[in-house]
Design a protein around this ligand. Structure first.
Ligand code: GTP
Ligand code: 5AD
Ligand code: SF4
Length: 326
C-alpha cells in the first residue's frame, strides 16, 4: 500500500522518538533545569512501538529513523532496533544520536545491520563543545565517531547546527568529510523551543565560509538519505557536504514523513500540534485495523508546509526539539 497525504505527497518515512531524555543539554534544544521527563508509564513500551511500526509498515512506511532525546540512553534500544529491522516491508532503519554512547554500542548496531547513523557534532573545539552542550564529553563523542568509522557498511553523517559562535569553525567540521568517508550536513536553526532565541545562520553564510577554505562547492544531485538534505561535492573530499535549510530553502513540498513521539502521539508536521494519540488507542484495546484507520485519518490533517516565519500560527507545536526528535 502507498500512503498519500491530501497534497499527494507519498509518506513512507517514520521518525520514532524513543525517549525525551538526553545526557547533553545543547543550549538551543534542552534547558539545563526545569524539565520534567516523561515517566515510564507515559512512554510507549517496546511492544507498543513494534505494534505501531507494523501498522505503519502495512500502510506504506518503508524507512524508520530512531531519534530521542538521545535514543541510546533508553535501555535495550538496540534490541528494539533489531526487531524493527525484521518487520516485513521495512527496508531501512537508521539512527540519529549525539554520539556519547556510540563507542559502546557500535558493534551491536553493526551486527543487526543498522543502515545509517547520524551523529550530532556542532564543533571540533572541545571547549566550545562543552559550552554548547553543557557537558565535557567531546572526546567521548569523537571516539564514538572513530569507532563507527571502523564499520564501512554503516553510512555515517555528521549533523552540525551553525550558531555563529567564534571558534565553531565550520570549515574544520566540514573537513571531517575530507579526511573520512562521512557526509557533513549543516542544519539551519529552526525557531522551535529554545531555538527561537538563536540567530539564524543561513546556508549562504556557511557556504561562503567553506568556499573560502575549500573552493567552489559543486552540486551533487543524488539523494543520500531519506531526509530533506541537499548535497555538494568538494574535489578531494571522501564525503559530501550537505545543507538542511528549512528557513532559507523550504523543502515541505517534498515532505515524506510523519513522527511518533515517545509518549505515543502521531505528529504530522514538525511545527504543528496536529496528529493523533495512538497510545490512547492501543491502551483502550483497539484492534490494529482501527489504529491504521486512525493513522490515515490523522494524515488528512498534515499541513502543506511550515510557517516558521509567521508570528501567529494556529495549532503551533509547544513541544521542544528534544521532545520531538528533530
Ligand atoms: P537521513 O539523511 O536519511 O539520515 O535523514 P534526516 O536528515 O531526516 O535525519 P536527521 O535525523 O539527521 O535530521 C537532520 C535534521 O533535519 C534535524 O535537525 C531535523 O530536525 C531536520 N528535519 C528532519 N525532518 C524534517 C522536517 O520534516 N522538517 C524540517 N523542517 N526539518 C526536518
Ligand atoms: N533547529 C535545527 N536543528 C535542531 N536540532 C535540535 N534543535 C534544532 C533546532 N532548533 C538538531 C540537533 C540534531 C538534530 C536531530 O536536530 O542538533 O543534530
Ligand atoms: Fe514536512 Fe512540516 Fe517538516 Fe515541512 S515542516 S518538511 S511539512 S514536517
Amino acid at each position: 500500500m502507498t500512503m498519500r497525504d491530501t497534497f499527494h505527497r507519498t509518506i513512507d518515512y517514520l521518525r520514532i522518538s524513543v525517549t525525551d531524555r538526553c545526557d547533553l543539554r545543547c543550549k538551543y534544544c534542552m534547558p539545563e533545569t526545569g524539565v520534567e521527563p516523561l515517566t515510564h508509564g507515559d512512554i510507549l513500551s517496546y511492544e507498543e512501538i513494534l505494534r505501531l511500526a507494523k501498522c505503519f509498515a502495512r500502510l506504506g512506511i518503508r524507512r524508520i529513523k530512531i531519534t530521542g532525546g538521545e535514543p541510546l540512553v533508553r535501555l535495550y534500544v538496540i534490541d528494539l532496533i533489531g526487531q524493527l529491522k525484521k518487520i516485513p516491508g521495512i527496508e531501512q532503519v537508521t539512527l540519529t544520536t549525539n554520539g556519547t554512547h556510540l563507542a559502546k554500542y557500535i558493534w551491536a548496531l553493526d551486527k543487526l545491520h543498522i543502515d545509517g547513523i547520524n551523529i550530532s557534532l556542532d564543533t571540533l573545539n572541545p571547549v566550545l563543545y562543552k559550552e554548547i552542550t553543557g557537558r565535557d564529553v567531546f572526546a567521548k563523542v569523537f571516539s564514538g565517531l572513530q569507532e563507527a568509522l571502523k564499520y564501512p557498511a554503516i553510512k555515517l553523517k555528521i549533523n552540525c547546527v551553525p550558531q555563529g559562535l567564534s571558534g565553531q569553525d565550520m570549515a574544520a567540521v566540514a573537513g571531517l568529510a575530507k579526511d573520512h568517508p562521512v557526509h557533513v550536513r549543516f542544519i539551519e536553526m529552526m525557531p522551535i523551543g529554545l531555538g527561537k532565541e538563536f540567530p539564524l545562520i543561513r546556508e549562504s553564510d556557511v557556504r561562503q565560509e567553506l568556499e573560502q577554505t575549500y573552493g567552489a562547492l559543486q552540486p551533487f544531485h543524488e539523494n543520500l538519505g531519506n531526509g530533506p538534505c541537499r548535497y555538494y561535492s568538494i574535489p578531494g573530499f571522501q564525503g559530501k557536504i550537505g545543507f538542511i535549510s528549512a528557513m532559507s530553502h523550504k523543502f515541505c513540498s517534498n515532505c515524506n514523513r510523519v513522527r511518533l513521539t515517545a509518549d505515543g502521539k502521531l505528529k504530522t508536521c514538525l511545527q504543528y500540534d496536529r496528529g493523533m494519540d495512538l497510545k490512547a488507542l492501543l491502551r483502550a484495546g483497539r484492534p490494529d485495523h482501527e489504529v491504521e484507520l486512525a493513522i490515515l485519518q490523522a494524515l488528512e490533517s498534515k499541513p502543506g508546509e511550515h510557517h516558521f516565519t509567521e508570528t501567529f500560527v494556529v495549532d503551533q507545536e509547544k513541544k521542544s526539539m528534544f521532545q520531538i526528535g528533530g
